[in-house]
Each structure stands twice: as structure tokens, then as C-alpha cells.
Design a protein around this ligand. Sequence first.
Ligand code: ZN
Length: 510
Amino acid sequence: MSRFYVTTAIDYANGDPHLGHAFEKIGADAIARYHRLIGDDVRFCMGMDEHGQKVAQTAAARGVEPQALVDELAARFSALWNKLGISNTRWVRTTDAHHRRGVKAFIEQALERNPDDFYEKTYEGWYCVGCELFKRENEIADGRCVLHPTRELQWTEERNWFFRLSRYQDFLRAHFEANPGFILPESRRNELLALLDSGLEDISITRARLSWAIPFPKATSNGETQGTWVWFDALPNYLTDTGFPDDESWREWWPAQLHVVGKDITRLHAIIWPAMLQSAGLPLPERVWGHGFVTLGGERFSKSSGVTLDLDEAIDRFGPDAFRYYLLREVPWDSDGGFSWERFAERYTSELANGLGNLASRSTSMIGKYRQGAVPASPLEVDPVIADAVARYRAAMDANLLHEGAAAAFEVVRHANAVVAERQPWSVAKDPSRADELDLTLASMVRYLAAAATMLSPFMPVKTAELWERLGSGRDALPSLDELATLDVASWTVQSGGILFPRPEVAAPA
Ligand SMILES: [Zn+2]
């Protein structure tokens, strides 16, 4: 059994979760579930990023303590992940005592190994509280951060600790070249290679007068203890979650196999974080995946520009599993894609209600009617349609192309419905001399359903478990992918009745 450690970005505790957060977590969850399906021992960490100036400001504006604000938000995010069936095994919060100790130990380790990586400097520049970053000239338009056009940039001038990021430029380029899969998809890799070409600047990693932060372990020369810059505190969460530094078992899980993050923070994960790890003498994560954004009417979701969507409404429209499936099928995991209520309803109706749902109900009811629920025996030959779909599914899922994985799985459903339409088992059933032919058709329908339930389980864990239960295999666990094309379904006892995906007019609230 191999180990697979996957993380998502930890969410900034400054506002409510939105569709962008949900898209990332659902995608990472599908990846985690796929790895469990192929037999990996999976560690799946998510959490909250709870320090920094923006949190302190929001708390002050609401008249609450920062800890009260982050507690409330952590509960809200966590409830949402629960509702969406996210199967994370770990939940890290950067205000946890263990994480705070871990960050301190991590920085001390880097300070000890590479003291020259840290130096003091007076820095001045435009600071965006939205990004918690100093902005370069080309990141500013009309005097505002291009990503936060409604926020005032702050002219900031102070003496801080700096991290000598520039020193890692050649190391990073060599690492990118030796490990072409380190940052994917390809478009993200090209962006970061261009950034390396343009040269890395050292970064300020502490803030004066920032109390809502992990204290930087080394005071400045004037004796001031500054707050650690929020990203320098947040990125190590992936490491501290494994138990670093107190619990020696951290070495069993670090480095992570995959960091799933949004494309806007790939620079932090594929450049700054690896440089930090190298400075501390620790192994680098194996892969960073920078997914794209979900847009609405071509625009990125943003509260400030009024592009919003009621997440609860979207999840409740057809239920969490349908929402998960729609997003991952519709929005390519390696680029951007749009959310639309029309497309959502269309896919729900054609693929889930009329496709998979209808296949399940007509198959189980025919077996109930013609064979008293007992699935007939059939020759155990390789089903070429299933074998082909599994091969394409595996290739897509191994490459994190979730939308293609879902499409490959759905080919089985489409094919099965075509087989039913062509063979018309209800007419065959009228002729007792064609009983063998009927047995064959009914058995293959169950095999198709079992294959679909298995391959779609990372996308729709609840509905596929319900379907699997109704197929009456007597097995608790789903079959392995290798079994699917020759799965023996003889004498399974199917249960008919119950609609897996009610039609939209029934499913949607008035
Ligand atoms: Zn900004």
C-alpha cells in the first residue's frame, strides 16, 4: 500500500466560504477518494489560515476578538465541508498551539542551517492587505492592487526581517527542470518559469506592530519582536500537520505528494514554499497543482464586484452529490470554467436523472419483475466497453484531469442505456425461448451499474453508495478498478424502488 498525502490551500479566515473554496475542496476530495479506491493509504489535510492583519482588521470592524472571529469562521467552513461530504482526515488551524510551535521550530531550523538567508532591512512599498503582500509596479493599476480594486493600498515603511529568496533562483530552476511534474498543469509551470527568468526578489517576512501573528523567533536589532508574515506562518501548515517537529512520525508522511491550490497562489507554493523548505533542509513536496477558477457569466466570483452565488442554494438545488458532479464534470480541473444554472439543470436532467438514475431504476425493476431480484449468471468474459472506460478513467484520474475521469465513467452509463434501448429486454421477456438472451442483458446491466458506481464514487460518494447498496452484492466495499470488466454479478440480489435522482421539477424547491 502506498501513502498518498494530499492537501488543499487553507482558507483565509476573513469571510464566508464561496464557490471557489468549494470547487477546490470538492476536486481535492475526488482525488483523495480516487486514491483510496486504488488502495492507497490517504492522508487528506485541509484547514484554516487564521493570522494576519486582515483578520485583525475584520475582527476590529465587527467589534469581536480575533480568536472569536476565526472560531466562528472555522465552524462555518467545517460545516460546509461536512455538508459536501468532503473526506479530509485532518483539519489544521494556524492558531493551534501545535502549529504555532511547529512554525517557530521550522524558522529556527532555517535560521540555524542558513543564517545568511535572513537579514534586516528597512522596506518601503505599497502593501495590499487583501493579498497580504507588497505589490510590484506591474501589479498595481490606477493606484490599486489589480486583484483588490476596492481596497486602498497602504504605503508601508518599516524595518523587517527579510528572507533571501533570490538565493534560491538557480536551485528552483534546476528543480523545475529535473522534475517536470513538480508544478502542473503545464500553463502554470510556464508562468513560473517566466517568473524565475525575470528574477526573484527577497521578501519581507515580518511585520512591525502585528500582534495577531506568530512571533518571529528572532528579534530585530532594536530589540523588537515582530509578527511573522502570514504566508510564512501559513505555508508550513502542510508540514506541521504531519506532527513536525515533536512527533517523529512526521517523517512517514512528509513530503506531501500533492498540494492542490488555486492558480493565484502557485507562486507561493511552487517558489516561496520550496525555498523555505530548502533553507530548513527539508524535502520538497512532490507536486503542486494550480487549478483554475469557476466563473459566473465569464467573471470571477467576488463579493466586492457583486459576482456572487448563494452556495447553499446551489448545493440544495439537486443535493450535494449532484453539485459535486456538475462542478467537476463541467469545469476543467486544469483550467477555468463557468457555472451556469441552465447547464447545471441540463446535466442533472440528462446525465443524472435520465442517464444514471433511469438506468438504475429500470434495471433493478426488470430484474425484480423477471427474475425475482436475483441477478442471472453470465459468462465472465471481459466487457470491452468497461475495460476501455476503466483504462481512460485511470489515465485521466492519475493525471488529475477530473473532468475527463468523470466523462470516461459516464461512457459506461451512456453505453448501457443504448444497450437497453437496442435489446429491448421488456419484449424479449415475453418470449420464454429467449430466456438466455434476457439473462445476458440483465447481468450486463448490473455489471455496467457496478462499474459506474465504482468509477463515479469519488465524484458522488453518497449516491454511488446508495446505488451499490441496491445492487445487493453482499460486499461492503466497492470492487477494485481491475475487477470491473469481469465482475461476477451472479446471484446478487437487487432491490428495486426508490429514485436515485428525482426529476428536476421534483428535486428543485419551488
Ligand atoms: Zn491585493
